[in-house]
Design a protein around this ligand. Sequence first.
Ligand SMILES: O=P(O)(O)OC[C@H]1O[C@H](OP(=O)(O)OP(=O)(O)O)[C@H](O)[C@@H]1O
Ligand SMILES: NC(=O)CC[C@H](N)C(=O)O
Ligand SMILES: [Mg+2]
Length: 502
Amino acid sequence: MCGIVGVVSNAPVNQLIYDALLLLQHRGQDAAGIVTQHERKFFMHKAKGMVRDVFRTRNMRALPGNSGLGQVRYPTAGNAASEEEAQPFYVNAPFGIVMVHNGNLTNAHAQKAELFNTDHRHTNTDSDSEVLLNVLAHELEKATRGTRLSAAEVFTAVAGVHRRVRGSYAVIAHIAGHGLLAFRDPYGIRPLCIGRSSDGSFMVASESVALEGTGYVFERDVAPGEAVFVTLDGSLHSQKSAGHTQLSPCIFEFVYLARPDSVLDGISVYQARLNLGQTLAKRVISMVPPNEIDVVIPIPESSRPSATELAHLLGKPYREGFVKNRYVGRTFIMPGQSVRARSVRQKLNAISSEFEGRNVLLVDDSIVRGTTSREIVQMAREAGALKVYLASAAPPVRFPNVYGIDMPTKEELVAHGRTQEEVRQLIGADALIYQDVEAMKSAVGSLNSNIAGFDSSCFDGIYVTGDITDGDIARLNEKRVTPQQEGEEDTSRLSLPNATSA
Ligand SMILES: O=P(O)(O)OC[C@H]1O[C@H](OP(=O)(O)OP(=O)(O)O)[C@H](O)[C@@H]1O
Ligand SMILES: NC(=O)CC[C@H](N)C(=O)O
Ligand SMILES: [Mg+2]
């Protein structure tokens, strides 16, 4: 995941894009970038870091113009450390295009070769997004050969992109002098929505929170396989540009990635998390007698809605036993395992009085590598808990994600190849209760009957774009450079002796 935003307005957009990126910061903390357009010229600033650190006043002043786009990056392809892979990406022909991408292509290697061998286009990084931009540019060149650019040519080009690329892609591109283009892959794996302000200007963004927080009114989601083109004078054109489409959003957006105050594809993320808490309550009651639980404690931040609902249904007090340092970012989306492990204790601290002499039920939204849960269970014991039970509002994460979440190999997932009992021992809990896969799908799916299904591949191994083989996964990881590969100690796989001696 990453956060993306694009705007066509009749007033300067630099501050507006900055504000929207701040509202999407939870989707990417590694790099940020903005491009604006003024008199057919693009102005860009991008760098590694969070939005507040990347944009100083002098950078903001150098972003003039009434249209533009931006991104916050969470690297899931190429080199996490590379400044050059921060987005937006730019190509000068045809017309001049800048683009931001949320998602991951699963055939970037093949497209890169085709770009080089057949289209004679050079890409200079290992980013799949640079490949995607060059495919778009090539298709736009083909569609406009000998004609002027209008919405029809733009949609022909996007149809060409759908024919060539596979994987997940929510995209916003700006074509110099012409307009803003947004499109979503045929499965709508990553979210994208569109809104309008009272003065008639448009915003396209990953999540509705970015619209609401900047004074825009949510209008609708971009449909899977649909392309939307807003010309610089503010007229909107849209067309379904992909053949077969089937809305199958990533269920992990509802579990963890998105902000709870967003509504994605007609589903309130907050309500989805409450529902997950309800179904989890049934599992908890079947595994731990409620009279053995004194208190329900969430692991901040994302598990809170599920934990409140769970506590309510169990009839147990809900208490805040951990305080989160708000200046430490989200641990799961940090690149590199050792930095993630260190961050858990920097980020969360226990309030001993909530634990002393009590049997506590800790609730998290998901257990991925097990980094958070193992530390937290130890901290609860150190704070004086008698029994420490752990419940996860999501089922075990057992399969790699290829659509833009940083879970590239199954080996690093704590539940891969292990029984629930083995995971419990590793984490050191007295009981471990996971959500059931089907219960998760119906808890979220019941909130919008128009959604045929979800991409739940990290839980069930079913990839909505078709079979993904171990070879594909290995190839996707071939070009990845993580901080570990740049010299950090690799502690990505939890091992049993460490866990039990703790
Ligand atoms: O098993 P793990 O590999 O540790 O990953 C899972 C944890 O990571 C996330 O928290 P994070 O700190 O990223 O964000 P949050 O504050 O939104 O909960 C998630 O909410 C879990 O707590
Ligand atoms: N997670 C994402 O959406 C990342 C976009 C792109 N694949 C990158 O790594 O930069
Ligand atoms: Mg968390």
